[in-house]
Ligand binder design. Structure first.
Ligand code: SF4
Length: 371
């Protein structure tokens, strides 16, 4: 369901824009509809009050709690039930953050990600995205929403931008605390850059993972064909337009993208850019053959980048003691319908990727030496 459908249903009940704003504001903030400065009977038309309970019951069913999994770091992974029996994951983060899902499954098919293994199963509607926030707010305050859960937001742009707009206007989330996280897509950059001045402009996180186009294409097999240079150019344009730095995401995979050549590639690409690099050691998953580098190695890399002028943070991904990573809860707890064939993803083993990384390395060295 989309937010515009809720607006239409309220308008059909006789609600004026001011009434619709009130209902949506209280819903998105998980506040009781009886709350607010004025009692509903003094503010909402009778026809709206009569139809509201049924509509709210429907909206309340858009995202329901299936199970909650607290982590030792203060995070909490939620398995969320959606209509049609599908599920997705939201993660309550330490310090009032929430990571939401924008799709069930994902078409990008990153070879290190459980969510990507089944392909795209369905889009998550804008109202279902806001409903994940409302659900999370019944457990804790939420002051920041990052679109880093299941799915690729640029493949569900209309719904994601609609949800961002509501959260940034009526949902009491600061604009720069809404983080649109993407592997990069020209259509998404175009839409984000052309948002009118009076609309909510989210901050941007870009998943880079490699500075080598060929390796990145293997790690993210169905990402839009943009080179790392093109991604950084587009990110920099958005950063300069909004005044928010771009957050680059780099999932560290041992022996694959943790080489010195990659670190030098990061310096080459990001030096002087309005950017922050987040190094995130991979969360190992039984079903996938990738390893996380040691924390010491990752910390050394972060220090090395810092010394070369790249603002770098080393981050844990939340709730790693709960389950390996995004899509794990869903993979474990949802039974795959027998009639549905999974979309085939050409899985590349970690060994093959290492071989690619090794074969690209001498070329990178030669290029650097001018050979
Ligand atoms: S890492 Fe993100 S973009 Fe890649 S497959 Fe998983 S959900 Fe999709």
């Amino acid at each position: 369901m989309r937010i515009k459908h809720i607006r239409q249903r309220l308008a059909d009940l006789g609600a004026k824009p001011v009434h619709i704003q009130r209902v949506l504001r209280l819903w998105a903030q998980a506040l009781p509809q009886e709350g607010g400065k004025r009692r509903p009977e003094d503010f909402l038309p009778q026809s709206v009050r009569e139809g509201l309970d049924a509509l709210l019951a429907e909206v309340g069913g858009l995202a329901t709690l299936r199970s909650a999994h607290p982590g030792a770091d203060g995070s909490e992974r939620l398995l969320v039930g959606l209509s049609g029996g599908q599920t997705c994951e939201s993660v309550l983060l330490p310090r009032d953050g929430l990571c939401v899902s924008s799709q069930v499954g994902c078409a990008v098919g990153c070879v290190f990600c459980m969510t990507g293994q089944d392909g795209l199963l369905r889009q998550i509607g804008s109202a279902e995205i806001v409903a994940q926030v409302a659900l999370a707010r019944t457990r804790r305050p939420v002051k920041k929403v990052v679109f880093m859960g299941m799915g690729e937001p640029s493949h569900n742009l209309d719904n994601v931008l609609e949800a961002i707009d509501l959260l940034g206007t009526l949902g009491n989330i600061g604009h720069k605390n809404l983080v649109f996280s993407t592997v990069g897509d020209p259509r998404a950059f175009e839409r984000l850059l052309s948002l009118p001045a009076d609309r909510v402009k989210p901050a941007l996180a870009l998943s880079l993972h490699s500075t080598r186009a060929e390796l990145r294409a293997r790690l993210l097999p169905r990402a839009a064909p943009m080179t790392p240079e093109e991604l950084v150019d587009a990110g920099e344009r958005y950063a300069r337009a909004t005044g928010y730095p771009i957050q680059y995401q780099w999932t560290l995979l041992e022996g694959i993208n943790d080489s010195e050549a990659e670190m030098e590639g990061i310096v080459r690409l990001l030096h002087g850019k309005y950017a922050l690099m987040n190094l995130i050691p991979y969360n190992e998953v039984d079903a996938l053959d990738f390893k996380r580098p040691s924390w010491e190695r990752a910390a050394e890399m972060a220090r090395w980048l810092h010394r070369r002028g790249i603002l770098t943070k080393l981050r844990h991904s939340a709730g790693q003691d709960v389950d390996g990573g995004c899509g794990q809860l869903r993979a474990r707890e949802s039974a795959r319908p027998a009639h549905r064939k999974p979309v085939p993803i050409p899985l590349v083993s970690a060994d093959t990727l290492r071989a690619v990384a090794d074969s690209v390395q001498p070329l990178a060295d030669r290029a650097r030496e001018g050979g």
